[in-house]
Design a binder for this molecule. Structure first.
Ligand SMILES: Cc1cc2nc3c(=O)[nH]c(=O)nc-3n(C[C@H](O)[C@H](O)[C@H](O)COP(=O)(O)OP(=O)(O)OC[C@H]3O[C@@H](n4cnc5c(N)ncnc54)[C@H](O)[C@@H]3O)c2cc1C
Length: 405
């Protein structure tokens, strides 16, 4: 017998679960709902961790989701610092880290993602940081304060490395980025945008070293240098690693939920997992996307996680299982110097069509085509109509590249 039962159990304290809670409330849900999240804080938007929060420009509460204090006295009970240790879909029961056993009618698993850890010598040294939660951002800020003259190396050329580098350059720090690709953000946005990102960062004094692989970190207790496979040695006192994430499927695996090729939880088009009455949303959710002609995708974008959580809540409210049809949306900025929004995501493309001029302060757009079909689009400073891009991605029809301008 469970210690108590709820109608809806939301597992994971990120924005996917929080958006589900919000959508339940908005939809007039009259039942009982409980959100159990592992972190110390209520759900929050992580994008601030590389931007305003890291720079000390905004307090924690500003990024609470849906808003500061939203859960207090509301229709969804929030348990922070509480992990779900075991999920038994057949019995419809979950065991919490408090030992309480909670019965449920429906559950949402939204356990998100964990940072990928670099496996090289020296990762035990002080001064090395990953960045996923408030606590990581706090530790970086404390280290910056304690070591005001220490050069910083950001490892990884994706948006996390670039955004952190931009924020720290804005704070006047000596920053270097090391990345495997030739250009920053090349994997997701292509070589042309990559060169543009490099130019924006270099103009602010950030050193960008592409084609590099970290071989080891050295130092006496605290990191003093990063060494690369090519023989480069970069003296530093602080390192921020942004080398990707892996879906957190520990709970899901233990519960026997089917996993997909991406390593996430395999869902159907409506975001139902392989277990009856158990749904998934957010960074660990892999599903056949109707917006992509049924291609299975899993994305790590904050607004998409929210949209998925809200979708699941609406299905629970209505007793339906409609397909989730959003085209994923992503945003990123380099301090205030460059602002990108993209839809897609384009995982493969053979043609890039640029509209406008790739220059700082200029609105421009890039279309990513595969066999003449639009797979994704990027807009800098609003230089491209993202709604039109969504329509073209959904249509799956070949377009005339010349007409995209
Ligand atoms: C530094 C940073 C900057 C980012 N910037 C951007 C950006 O600019 N734009 C963008 O689109 N996206 C950005 N993202 C990505 C975005 O934050 C994620 O896509 C989003 O957080 C996914 O939400 P989620 O709810 O699926 O997962 P998560 O945010 O990972 O939340 C999952 C939560 O579940 C908890 N949990 C795990 N297992 C259990 C369990 N068994 N019991 C209870 N709780 C559990 C975890 O501790 C975590 O708190 C950024 C991410 C990071 C880390």
């Amino acid at each position: 017998m469970p210690d108590r039962s709820v109608d809806v159990l939301l597992i994971g304290g990120g924005v996917a679960a929080a958006a589900a809670a919000h959508a339940l409330a908005e939809g007039g849900f009259g039942g009982s709902a409980l959100l159990a999240g592992r972190e110390l804080d209520p759900p929050y938007d992580r994008p601030a961790l590389t931007k305003e929060y890291l720079r000390g420009e905004q307090p924690r509460e500003a990024s609470h989701h849906p808003s500061a204090g939203w859960f207090e006295g509301g229709p969804v009970e929030l348990l922070t610092r509480t992990s779900v240790m075991k999920l038994d879909p057949a019995a419809r029961e979950a065991t919490l880290s408090t030992k309480e056993v909670v019965g449920f009618e429906q559950a949402l698993v939204a356990t998100g993602a964990m940072v990928r850890r670099l496996q090289v010598d020296g990762t035990e040294l002080d001064g090395l940081h990953y960045l996923r939660a408030y606590g990581n951002a706090d530790a970086i800020r404390a280290d910056l304060e304690a070591h005001p003259d220490a050069p910083v190396v950001c490892v990884g050329g994706s948006y996390i490395g670039c955004e952190v580098a931009a924020s720290l350059a804005l704070l006047g720090r000596d920053v270097t980025i090391l990345l495997q690709e030739d250009e920053p953000q090349q994997r997701t946005a292509g070589i042309q945008v990559g060169r543009f990102v490099r130019s924006v960062l270099e103009a602010r004094g950030v050193a960008v070293h592409g084609g590099e692989q970290v071989a080891r970190f050295t130092g006496d207790g605290r990191v003093a240098a990063v060494h690369t496979a090519s023989g480069r040695e970069l003296p530093c006192g602080i390192v921020v690693l942004g080398v990707g994430v892996v879906p957190d499927v520990m709970l899901a695996r233990g519960a026997g939920l089917a996993l997909g090729e991406s390593g996430g939880v395999a869902c159907d088009a409506a975001l139902r997992t392989s277990a009856p009455a158990v749904w998934a949303a957010g960074d660990m959710c892999e599903y056949p996307s109707v917006a992509h002609g049924g291609r299975r995708i899993r994305v790590e974008h904050t607004e998409h996680a929210q949209a998925q959580g809200a979708h699941v809540a609406r299905q629970i409210l209505a007793g339906t299982a409609e397909p989730f049809a959003e085209v994923p949306y992503f945003f990123s900025d380099l301090a205030d110097w460059a602002t990108f929004e993209s839809v897609g995501p384009a995982s493969a493309w053979d043609e890039e069509v640029v509209t406008g001029t790739l220059a700082e302060g200029e609105p421009f757009g890039v279309w990513y085509l595969e066999g003449g079909v639009v797979r994704g689009a990027l807009s800098h400073h609003g230089g491209l109509d993202l709604d039109r891009a969504r329509e073209l991605i959904r249509s799956g029809a070949a377009v005339d590249p010349a007409a995209l301008g």
